[in-house]
Design a binder for this molecule. Structure first.
Ligand code: NDP
Length: 275
């Protein structure tokens, strides 16, 4: 019988996950059926119960259900626990395993696809929401010289920095945007959701060191205000989150199916020029 998977979110019509997993299944010869589920507001658990009862084997989870998925699970990976959110689930009888591949997908894109090691680098992370939380541990595992987290709500940046420091994995500190004046970084990640509304987080244009990579986690938006700021500041290496999207999906696919798909064809298909 064909194994069933899906992505659940609301809205869900815009999701690229069916296309991505369809390409991975074809390339690896895996017989799967992958659909979308528009989860009703407040009705996440009921929708997942119904999917499992119909034989569903696993789910990707997107906004606004990543916290619901975390709560629904019976077992949570360390990455999911740190993020307090899940973006993938696997069903095994009564067991519901929760994972969070957003951060590891981001790091894989930066280190492998963009050939930018984070080891020894000064890294700036803008934002302290779900995506930033998911990236924290995978970033620190790369042993940057320093990880600075800046957020509009300072308390969230300080809290993330505290969690990072407690993991003992490296030098991490939280700050407000105005504290970034006079500091430069080798890699700057925009993990705020400002770009989804064509807004710019209040980051000074002076943060980009020569040779810097500016990485926008949002994807499919072209040159966002953040990427434009970086470009105007002289940054030549610009990237959006399409590679992160493809890599987190590949992690989930391998977790479910035991085979790692090559992400290049998906990235090529989904990439739109940053202009
Ligand atoms: P959350 O809602 O969890 O967090 C939003 C963050 O953005 C908060 O830190 C918030 O600050 C900050 N923020 C929002 N608006 C502004 C603004 N105008 N100025 C400054 N800061 C702002 O979102 P997520 O973490 O889930 O998503 C963040 C981004 O990552 C989105 O663009 C999303 O599309 C992208 N993403 C990409 C993925 C991929 O596969 N490529 C996967 C997951 C996310 P405050 O705390 O002060 O409110």
């Amino acid at each position: 019988m064909t194994d069933r998977y899906a992505v659940i979110g609301n809205p869900i019509h815009q999701s690229k996950s069916p296309l991505i997993h369809g390409m991975y299944a074809q390339a690896t010869g895996q017989d799967i059926d992958y659909t979308t589920i528009e989860g009703p507001p407040g009705g996440f658990a009921g929708a997942v119960d119904a999917f499992r009862a119909a034989g569903g084997r696993g789910l990707n989870i997107t906004a606004p259900f990543k916290l619901d998925a975390f709560a629904y699970a019976t077992e949570r990976s360390e990455r999911a626990q740190l993020a307090g959110a899940a973006n993938a689930m696997k069903f095994d009888g009564e067991r519901v395993l929760a994972e969070n591949f957003d951060g590891v997908g981001l790091v894989r894109d930066v280190v492998h696809n963009l050939n930018t090691p984070l080891k020894g680098k000064r890294v700036l992370l803008l934002g302290a929401g779900g995506a930033a939380r998911g990236a924290l541990l995978p970033f620190l595992e790369q042993q940057p010289a320093e990880l600075v987290i800046a957020n509009r709500s300072l308390d969230k940046a300080l809290e993330l920095a505290r969690i990072g420091a407690a993991s003992g994995a490296g030098v991490v500190r939280g700050c407000a945007y105005q504290d970034l004046a006079g500091q430069t970084f080798d890699v700057v990640f925009n993990a705020t959701s400002a770009s989804l509304r064509a807004e710019l987080p209040p980051v000074p244009a002076s943060v980009f060191a020569p040779g810097c990579l500016a990485y926008e986690l949002a994807y499919g938006k072209g040159l966002t205000p953040f990427l434009r700021l970086a470009q105007n500041a002289g940054v030549r290496q610009l990237a959006d989150g399409v590679g992160m999207l493809a890599e987190q999906a590949a992690e989930a696919f391998e977790w479910w199916r035991g085979v790692r798909p090559d992400t290049r064809a998906v990235i090529e298909k989904l990439t739109i020029p940053l202009v």
